[in-house]
Design a protein. Structure first.
Ligand SMILES: [Zn+2]
Lengths: 189, 194
């Protein structure tokens, strides 16, 4: 994300905070599918992910004065979404890190129809590969690839050293490749 | 063989978190290290063909969009002008202010009640005096004048004997008139023969 795109996000956010609905619509349309994908993969429950998506955008508005103008709006939004998801698990006393992959995959699997196009097929394959990941590896991968969150911020969000976050990303990439190769998708290796 | 610099520097390079000199240093290393060079190339290809919006993003429903848009763009209500009052009322400050002012008012009244009462009495006395035609007397004359006049009719003898000036010629008009009135009703004063 370049500087001009960040500036554009910030000006739309300012408009939204001033009460201009167009500012919200612009940001929501741009980022809703990324944040929703993150929340859906984190929670495995569509209805819950929908509620958390609403809470995330409302919290962004409520805490507008806490937005660091030097940061990317998307990273900040993902920080809020991540916190909402983690808080939910804490309140629900769900040890999501220790849930089995089978349990985690319920409701998040994206089924590709038999006559799926190449894109839909690939979508299903990537989704399957993500579901086989260790939840902490998946968390780092999603924050990085969906939220464009820097590793330094990921480490802060996950309360771990930056090398731990980097190690989880390395393992996530390696495991996704392995899973895709099992399903006949081969990369450069 | 796996190179540790990929994890330590390569991933930070891909996320744009290396500064100018760190970036150059890793680029030089990747030019010489097959592992890092391969990882860099693979990750770039995965990002352009596998980790794309089409495979990673999740669409939201129109119902959800409408719900969230309504919640996030709700315009201020017409009662926004009394928002502060509403906020204060919600936080229970109004009852507290009510109690504080009520208490302060109570203390003020309590401290001034005595003054109010004496003022009222003085004004009432003046009113009575004006209506009865008796001039207001200084406070030290109360026992000799007004008080004696009031006691006079019920105990005229005691009143006459008790007051040294009553034996003299300077009888108050009220006293003389009143005695005449008593005689007319058949009441004769006892002459003590002083
Ligand atoms: Zn290397």
């Amino acid at each position: 994300m370049d500087a001009s795109e960040r500036q554009e996000d910030r000006s739309h956010f300012d408009a939204w905070v001033r009460g201009e609905p167009a500012g919200f619509t612009w940001l929501y349309d741009k980022y809703k599918n990324r944040v929703f994908a993150f929340l859906l993969r984190m929670t495995s429950e569509r209805e819950l992910a929908e509620d958390l998506l609403q809470e995330t955008f409302l919290a962004a508005l409520r805490n507008a004065n806490q937005f660091d103008r030097n940061r990317s709006f998307l990273s900040w939004l993902f920080g809020i979404a991540h916190k909402r998801a983690i808080d939910h698990f804490r309140h629900a006393k769900v040890e999501h890190e220790h849930q089995s992959d089978a349990e985690k995959s319920v409701g998040t699997r994206i089924e590709a129809p038999d006559d799926a196009t190449s894109n839909e097929r690939m979508r299903g394959l990537v989704s399957d590969a993500l579901e086989t990941l260790d939840p902490l590896q998946r968390e780092v991968f999603l924050l990085r690839e969906l939220g464009d969150v820097p590793f330094k911020e990921i480490a802060h969000m996950m309360n771990c050293p930056i090398n731990t976050a980097l190690g989880r990303m390395r393992l996530a990439l390696r495991n996704i490749r392995k899973e895709l190769e099992k399903r006949g998708v081969h990369g450069v290796h | 063989m796996e190179c540790t610099r990929w994890t330590e520097e390569g991933l930070l390079y891909t996320s744009g978190e290396l500064n100018g000199s760190q970036k150059e240093k890793f680029q030089r290393h990747a030019g010489e290290c097959a592992f890092c060079s391969n990882e860099l190339k693979a990750f770039h290809e995965e990002r352009t063909s596998l980790f794309t919006p089409a495979t990673l993003y999740e669409p939201t429903s129109p119902q959800l969009d409408a719900r969230i848009t309504a919640a996030c763009t709700r315009l201020p209500r017409p009662t926004a002008g009394i928002g502060l009052l509403a906020m204060v009322a919600r936080k229970g400050v109004v009852p507290v202010l009510f109690l504080v002012f009520g208490f302060a008012g109570g203390i003020y009244v309590a401290f001034n009640l005595e003054r109010f009462n004496s003022e009222e009495i003085r004004m009432a006395d003046e009113r009575i005096d004006q209506e009865s035609g008796i001039p207001a007397l200084p406070e030290n004359d109360m026992s000799d004048g007004v008080l004696a006049a009031a006691e006079g009719p019920s105990n005229p003898t005691a009143g006459d004997s008790a007051r040294p000036d009553s034996a003299g010629g300077a009888q108050p008009a009220f006293d003389a008139g009143h005695r005449g009135d008593l005689r007319a009703r058949g009441v004769v004063p006892v002459d003590l023969g002083d």
